[in-house]
Design a protein around this ligand. Sequence first.
Ligand code: SAM
Length: 280
Amino acid sequence: MNEAEEEWRPGFHRVTSPSNPIVKQLSALSAKKKERDRTGLFLGEGLKLVRDALETGFRVHDFIASAESLQEGAVADTAAAVKGAGGRVLSVSRPVLEKLSRRDNPHSVIGVFEQKLAPRKDIGREGLWIGLDRIRDPGNLGTILRTADAAGVAGVALIGECCDPFSLETVRASMGSFFHVPLATADEAAFLAAAKANSARLLGTHLSATEDFREADYAPPLILVMGNERQGLTDVLATACDGLLRIPMREGADSLNLAVATGLMIYEALKHPQNAATLA
Ligand code: SAM
């Protein structure tokens, strides 16, 4: 019998060899956007992430854990919850975890989740949203999701051709915030149409803006629009914004990192009492 098919407990499979076909499929999910697009699945690491997924209504397709960790109460309980919800549980070896996480010190738990996006019509519908124009760096995106979650923002819109939000790098950098922030995608025209339909104001950030970001009116519904790491905002987006803001810098300094600039903008916007309602 193929070890992948060997029933360890009903619904639990033991997989120890990195060359097992199941591991090959899962590792393609970890490494290739094409495979994530084809299957509608993605990977994330850590027990907390799997629990967050269950809590927030994301379907957990696979629960992958080392044989040792499956002996621990919390891991075993979560494995049982995943199985109860129709997911598959794989008990794997350390080399399999290393292969899936593409690093030497892997988490002892990995989840495979179904992709889910917020409806485009929700962009800017209420509260404070962040619009990210053609963001390219998965680390920046994960960091922004982490900050957005901490600040209780209503959602993040990815505008145009962005990096894959479902990459392992983005999920990893979000540090568990991934499932807590509604994420929508839209091309430029659809983004602007949704903002207009929801009467959301657009405040863009631009290096050549003259208005200081500390002087702006952040009353919701509001979308803070952040530019691409290299090119900044497109002319179309910059023109569509109700205001363009600048974060002051020392003369001659190039620019702030996108995720840092987004964090500063979010926390400035939270000074408006209507945006701070969710903070503890
Ligand atoms: N070379 C790009 C340019 O000319 O716009 C730099 C882009 S910057 C690295 C990426 C994004 O971070 C910008 O589009 C803007 O949204 C935000 N940003 C960075 N520094 C900023 C600043 N001092 N004021 C306002 N926005 C800033």
